[in-house]
Design a protein around this ligand. Structure first.
Ligand SMILES: C[S@@+](CC[C@H](N)C(=O)[O-])C[C@H]1O[C@@H](n2cnc3c(N)ncnc32)[C@H](O)[C@@H]1O
Length: 344
């Protein structure tokens, strides 16, 4: 309604103005009425135009305000998004830079890892080569020992394979050599087998009246050793005793050891070879050997302890040396390791 006010005011104003002008100028009533009507019409048109201009201007101002407001909001959103995207891009650039550095830089962890791997591999190869070279050298040394043994102590029939359960060739050669050189009268071989037969063979070669006594806890192996000695023609120098293992007390220790009764005749032993009873399944199974035989050894008698590569045997030797001070030792770098003890 308020928008219509200018329209009415202008129309009435112009109509009234022309009416007054017509009366004052002395126009005829018909001309005055036509002029007043034209004034009213033109005034109404002008008022309407004015009202339209006002309304449109107001609307335009509101529209401009709204558009400006929206534009401001959009600008804020865009700059927020730009900020977040920029941060992401910086992070991604940093990561790509790092990967690039890893791949191309000499300090690259991958390169270092590869170099380390290559070094380890070549160290491993070197170790393996040294290991097998050592093994080969050991085998050659054992073969040489066996060739010497056969030459020094000829046998008329094949002998079983040395090593594994039997003593190795290097120890067999040492035992035969000891017999040939020192001519021990009584040798006790704990754990009978081909070692007993080779030593009896050496006595035959040396041609003296000695005796090897093989001791075995297993009747089956005692008889097998006896049979091997018979076939090789050395029975004259070989006796095999079957001495089962029993629970007993030696030097104050409860032990499992050869039945003392079976060993009662052994005295003045010149060489004691300790290669039995089997160490498998028992701790320090061979420890009783020296405490039992110590007072049954001849003056200057020798003890040889096989398998010194085993921790068990090393501990046994250590205990013996503490018990019998003054005992001299000599380590032999044999395949299974051996220790010679010379009693005072
Ligand atoms: C280390 S072996 C003694 C080997 C012996 N001094 C030699 O050089 O031939 C100890 C004991 O193992 C047992 N033995 C011998 N040969 C064996 C075999 N082939 N299998 C299982 N035990 C065996 C015997 O009772 C022997 O007294």
């Amino acid at each position: 309604m308020r928008a219509r006010i200018p329209l009415v005011v202008v129309a009435l104003g112009l109509g009234a103005g022309l009416l007054v002008l017509g009366v004052a100028a002395g126009w005829s009533p018909a001309v005055i009425a036509i002029a007043a009507l034209i004034g009213l019409t033109v005034g109404a048109l002008l008022g309407q135009t004015f009202a339209w201009v006002r309304i449109t201007t107001g609307r335009l101002a509101r529209l401009e305000h709204y558009v400006n407001h929206r534009l401001e909001g959009l600008k804020n959103d865009t700059s927020r998004r730009d900020g977040a995207m920029g941060k992401n891009i910086t992070e991604i650039r940093g990561k790509v830079g790092k990967i690039d550095d890893e791949l191309t830089h000499p300090r690259s962890t991958y390169r270092l890892a590869l170099r380390e791997l290559a070094q380890n591999q070549s160290a491993e190869r070197r170790e393996t080569r040294v290991h097998y070279q050592q093994k080969l050298d050991d085998q050659v040394a054992l073969l040489e020992s066996f060739m010497q043994l056969q030459r020094l102590v000829p046998m008329s029939l094949p002998m079983p394979r040395a090593g594994t359960w039997a003593a190795s060739e290097d120890l067999l050669l040492w035992l035969a050599g000891y017999v040939l050189e020192h001519r021990p009268r009584l040798v006790v071989d704990l754990g009978s087998g081909q070692s007993s037969v080779w030593m009896a063979g050496a006595m035959r070669v040396a041609g003296y009246d000695g005796q090897v006594v093989g001791v075995d806890h297993e009747e089956q192996y005692a008889r097998a050793t006896e049979e091997l000695g018979r076939r090789q023609g050395v029975s004259e120098w070989l006796t095999v005793i079957h001495a089962p293992l029993v629970e007993e007390s030696i030097a104050g220790r409860a032990v499992t050891w050869y039945d003392e009764f079976a060993l009662r005749s052994l005295d003045a032993v010149d060489l004691l070879c300790v290669d039995g009873p089997p160490a498998q399944g028992a701790r320090q199974a061979r420890w009783p050997a020296l405490p039992f035989f110590h007072d049954r050894m001849s003056a200057g008698g020798r003890v040889i302890l096989d398998d010194m590569i085993r921790v068990d045997e090393q501990q046994i030797a250590q205990d013996w040396l503490e018990r019998y001070p003054g005992t001299e030792t000599l380590s032999l770098d044999f395949e299974k390791g051996a220790l010679i003890l010379t009693l005072r």
